[in-house]
Design a protein around this ligand. Structure first.
Ligand code: DOR
Ligand code: ZN
Length: 359
């Protein structure tokens, strides 16, 4: 157990996993996969490609393409998810479970976020699929936002809980559900009060920033993600949740690469690219709360336990050493601008002390 003090010069923890990651496809993989593989042992890969990953066969071939971008000196295991549509056949759920590699299926309410137009238009349409997932023990990952045009964007998560998630949890008490990238007090409270089958991922950016960051001195497209950043009181609730010791909160970066010109645009894409600095940001958030002793469970133990997997066997070390986040990475004939580009963060991954288990 790590001491709760904020004066450590280094932090060694069981290698963390990222339970919510976007890596895209094609040439993007060589840029972004090494950033995650450098620090995380495993990641649950989100299926919102265009076209989406709706079958186990597609998920397994996508996984091979991701593995081809893992640097030779790194060990990184992509775990896969299926994208649920109104027409997902029950056989796909059976095949996913049987694969042992597809460990979850993702519910995107149609229209909720990037590449969600093929998502689910009415939750009742997938009730048979959810029943099968409940029976087989396949985890449901949920993008929890109501999409009706008359719902205020800052209320989307709360309304989704009331209208969709609460009834869903009551209807399928045996279904394991991960409420992804939660952003509100209501979501944190909902998960804390729920039973052992309901968990949540929390991003580093929702722990560190409130909605003022979107407008600090002008419009900040690199802080724009969905669900959008919320008020300070919500950020505080998320911090309290992850530092509470409740094992049903765990790390999911939602790192989401977009080429610079698609974010710095009249209608900019949602998504913060955090993979290279996420661990540093999380460590800062826990340290600011005097809760570094809770960091390892959140980053390295809780998610694996929820998914029924063992923790990673090796460890990583973060050094208290300030480093400058790059201004950008080269990406698809453009730039990929990370969150906090050009700024200084306090913890650096010590590659030399990261003790990898040989494959
Ligand atoms: O900000 C986001 N970006 N939220 C999502 O739900 C999707 C993601 C992406 O794929 O870019
Ligand atoms: Zn996401």
């Amino acid at each position: 157990m790590l001491p709760p003090s904020g004066n450590l010069s280094s932090l060694t923890l069981i290698r963390p996993d990222d339970w919510h990651l976007h890596v895209r496809d094609g040439d993007a993989l060589d840029v972004v996969v090494p950033h995650s593989a450098a620090c995380f042992g495993r990641a649950l890969i989100m299926p919102n490609l265009r076209p989406p990953v709706t079958t186990t066969v597609q998920a397994l071939t996508y996984r091979e393409r991701i593995l081809a971008s893992v640097p030779q000196d790194m060990v990184f295991e992509p775990l896969m998810s299926l994208y649920l549509t109104d027409n997902t056949p029950l056989e796909e759920i059976d095949g996913a479970k049987a694969s042992g590699i597809v460990i979850a299926a993702k519910l995107y309410p149609a229209g909720a976020t990037t590449h969600s137009d093929a998502g689910v238009t009415a939750i009742e349409l997938i009730h048979p699929v959810l029943e099968r997932m409940e029976k087989l023990g396949l985890v449901l990952c949920v993008h929890g936002e109501a999409t009706a045009a008359d719902v205020d964007i800052f209320d989307r998560e709360r309304i989704f809980i009331e209208k969709t998630l609460s009834p869903l949890v009551r209807h399928f008490p045996g279904l394991k559900i991960v409420f992804e990238h939660i952003t509100t007090s209501e979501a944190a409270q909902f998960v804390r009060a729920a039973g052992t089958n309901v968990a949540a991922t929390v991003t580093a950016h929702h722990l560190l920033f409130n909605r003022n960051a979107l407008f600090a001195g002008g419009l900040r497209p690199h802080h724009y993600c969905l669900p959008v950043l919320k008020r300070e009181k919500h950020r505080r609730s998320l911090i309290q949740a992850v530092c509470s010791g409740c094992p049903r909160f765990f790390l999911g970066t939602d790192s989401a690469p977009h080429a610079a010109h698609t974010k710095e645009a009249a209608c900019g894409c949602a998504g913060c690219y955090t993979a290279p600095l996420a661990l540093s940001l999380y460590a800062e958030a826990f340290e600011a709360e005097g809760a570094l002793d809770r960091f390892e469970a959140f980053a390295s133990l809780n998610g694996a336990a929820f998914y029924g997997l063992p923790p990673n066997e090796d460890k990583i070390t973060l050094q208290r050493k300030s480093w400058k986040v790059p201004d950008y990475y080269s990406y698809l004939n453009d730039k990929l601008i990370p969150l906090c580009a050009g700024e200084t963060v306090a913890w650096e991954l010590d590659a030399s002390m990261s003790d990898r288990v040989p494959s």
